[in-house]
Design a protein. Sequence first.
Length: 294
Amino acid sequence: ATPTALMVGTGRGAQLGILIKGPEVLESTRRADTIVLDKTGTVTTGRMTLLAVHTAPTTTETEVLRLAGALEHASEHPIARAVAAGAVERTGGPLPTPEDFANVPGLGVQGVVEGHAVLVGRTRLLAEWAMELPVALERARADAEAAGRTAIAVAWDGEARAVLEVADAVKDTSAEAVRRLRALGLTPILLTGDNRAVAESVAREVGIDEVFAEVMPEDKVDVVKRLQAEGRSVAMVGDGVNDAAALAQADLGLAMGTGTDAAIEAGDLTLVRGDLLAAADAIRLSRRTLGTIR
Ligand code: ADP
Ligand code: MG
């Protein structure tokens, strides 16, 4: 490798909004045959909106949104932002401050609001506390997920009380980016902690055939290891704290510049604008740079 060629390559990279950690990264771009894409914040905008609130007969929409919104206000998760913003908008008032709060990674949030022990998240979080959705709410959850939305359960004081529907839009450029990645010989795979129905609906929209859904944050790295054990050379694109270990494990880690610091530190390459098209640009540019070096 001549230093001049590398500088040209990385200089052009900077122009395209691609930051490369070091010259050794370039070689990984040549070998990569598989590209794992995180869903939320990578393929989708990660900006979610609260679309609907389904409540049990024991409560009201306002009460649900005050308690759920108060907890979610303390979290930075894209779903939490949507719930907190929707709660302020729909209740028209300030939200209470939780007396206690904890993130439960990959599952949701839990805490105490106005003396109530509140859970907001996947039904699996409720199951950990031996709670399940009543029939009407379970139906609302299934319908929402079949429609490609994310359903979030709300429970307090030992009882499931509501289902919230949130949705997140696929980025305009994601489908074109997947096409270009395929043209570069990479097989795209979608990886997410979100439910299977939502994951498959997003995969269909952008043209991905292989989906790993409902993967816990700590298990994302195992998906990458499993693919590597099959003899694949794996590139991974992600944005979240959840993705950091998988980005580090991947043969080539691409971090969304719009994502968390943990992801950016773990990646070999940063896509400054947070646009998946830059992933295809980065791989094409790196391969071309290697071509001039050899
Ligand atoms: P992804 O892998 O798509 O980036 P996460 O691993 O962050 O998703 O979250 C997985 C799932 O856990 C979400 O789809 C949601 O159902 C639930 N979840 C996580 N955090 C929260 C939260 N703060 N509020 C509600 N639900 C949450
Ligand atoms: Mg993400």
